[in-house]
Design a protein. Structure first.
Length: 472
């Protein structure tokens, strides 16, 4: 019933250090399982319809259902399980084709191209930073009529208000949020203990953090053997935003009509990130890690290999790190620092959306409703993916499992409690997708590669191009 497309490429989310980096989920995924052979014998349709179907789709439907995702094999495990259960129990004659594992940057060029050409895609993964772009271009179907006709359990009161709102455009809902993502540090407790250094706390400043990173950096014979920190977001604009806010800066004004990349606080934030790499030499970029044989220059692999003492990433990387660390050292969690601008933490998330080209929109809605509001499915999603599901009532299932032997309360504070209180995300807008690729990364990636060392020069270019884009 399920077929994986021939394009099986490793996904690494774009959170990298430098133009070639990608670090949102920086672990190398385990080998993908063999794809199941599509069935050719029609199965009997279920005699009794379940509570998860609306009755609009025939039980004996014989069709192909196509979905597309950027997530890798490790992240897809929970979704594949849910999809198998849903179709097996309700629509056994539907053949499901998934095109997943598409690299993050490729996904956001491939999807607009395919949708503009009218390619059939019944359901797709959507990100809060891109939703308004896709909705404004009418590439997505509004979900409001589907939701009102067949209300998901707990909607919307039990879902994170920030994530419900993140997938709205001009008063309509274009995505059903599946998670609440947050950022923080994974720390190598053995290295901290060896250096005799206490862990950062929510009261640690960026200046104090730099001192910690310096103390944890080891250089032998002129070569860095261990970096104090890895993975702080640079090329990923949405991830870097919390750093800018803690410095007192911003990307644009509240009306999204004028760039703030000429603001001294914004410039200072990007100078600090660049200086971590080039001036203080406490954080590697992806090219440095690749030179040491780290697959794909992955910051997650560098951390699990003991090359970095602190690793910034999202909450849902915990399950992958558990697999790759595999007992090599004791590990834990720590919040990100505060600055003169205050205390902020990255928050964001993703959703399922229905493209306008879907030939099975009713079926797609039933699938996303089952997967994202079914209490049993939500529990599994939390456990299998270290995921804070879109429904707030199931956050505890996204905490590390007791058998991991890590501090669950520290994880909860770092990735849930503090981000719930101080979470921040950029004011995304319909031109954001174009802006990040053609302006932000074009000019600021020179800071991470070392081509440019002065953030004021790079930010001036971003400022000029951003104002032109917003005025256009």
């Amino acid at each position: 019933m399920f077929r994986r497309s021939a394009n099986r490429r490793q996904f690494l989310k774009a959170m990298g250090l430098g133009a070639s980096a990608a670090l949102l989920a920086a672990c190398q995924p385990p080998a993908s399982p063999s794809a199941a052979v599509p069935t050719t014998v029609a199965a009997a349709a279920p005699a009794t319809r379940s509570e998860w179907v609306s009755g609009k789709v025939p039980a004996d439907l014989s069709a192909t259902f196509k979905y597309t995702s950027w997530e890798n094999e490790a992240e897809m495990r929970k979704w594949l399980l849910h999809f198998k259960n849903f179709f097996g129990e309700n629509y056994p004659n539907v053949k499901v084709e998934g095109d997943w594992g598409i690299p993050w940057s490729d996904y956001w060029t491939k999807m607009p191209t395919q949708l503009a050409a009218g390619a059939v895609i019944d359901m797709m993964w959507m990100h809060d930073s891109r939703c308004k772009t896709f909705a404004a271009n009418e590439w997505l179907l509004p979900l409001d009529d589907y939701i009102n006709a067949f209300m998901p359990i707990g909607w919307p009161d039990e879902y994170y208000p920030s994530q419900v709102k993140a997938f709205q455009y001009q008063g309509k809902q274009y995505g059903f949020p599946y998670d609440f993502a947050s950022g923080g540090f994974y720390v190598n407790l053995d290295l901290f203990e060896k250096a005799g250094i206490p862990l950062p706390t929510e009261n640690t400043t960026w200046t104090e953090f730099l001192d910690i990173a310096k103390a944890l950096t080891v250089v032998e014979n002129g070569k860095t053997k261990q970096w104090g920190v890895g993975g702080l977001p640079t090329s990923w604009s949405g991830g870097a935003y919390f750093v800018v806010k803690t410095f007192g800066g911003d990307y644009w004004n509240a009306a999204i009509t004028k760039s703030m990349f000429n603001d001294k606080h914004t410039i200072a934030a990007f100078q600090f990130l660049a200086d971590l790499i080039w001036k203080h030499k406490v954080m590697p970029n992806s090219d440095m890690l690749t030179g040491l044989g780290v697959t794909g220059g992955s910051a997650g692999i560098a951390f699990s290999s003991g090359l970095t003492a602190m690793h910034y990433s999202l909450n849902d990387e915990a399950f992958s790190l558990q697999e790759t660390i595999a007992g090599k050292f004791k590990w834990g969690f720590a919040p990100t620092p505060k600055g003169d601008g205050g205390q902020y933490y990255f928050t964001g998330g993703s959703a399922f959306s229905i493209p306008y080209t879907s030939t099975q929109p009713d079926l797609a809605y039933e699938l996303l409703r089952y997967t994202l509001s079914n209490p049993e499915a939500l529990k599994v999603s939390g456990k299998m993916g270290s995921q804070f599901t879109g429904n707030m009532n199931y956050y505890e299932f996204g905490l590390p499992l007791p058998e991991w032997g890590v501090d669950r309360e520290a994880f909860k504070k770092t990735f849930y409690e503090l981000p719930r209180q101080y979470g921040i995300a950029p004011a995304y807008h319909p031109k954001y997708l174009e802006w990040e690729a053609s302006i932000y990364q074009t000019y600021l990636d020179t800071l991470w590669t070392g081509e440019e060392r002065d953030a004021a020069i790079a930010c001036a270019k971003v400022d000029k191009a951003t104002n032109a884009l917003l005025a256009g």
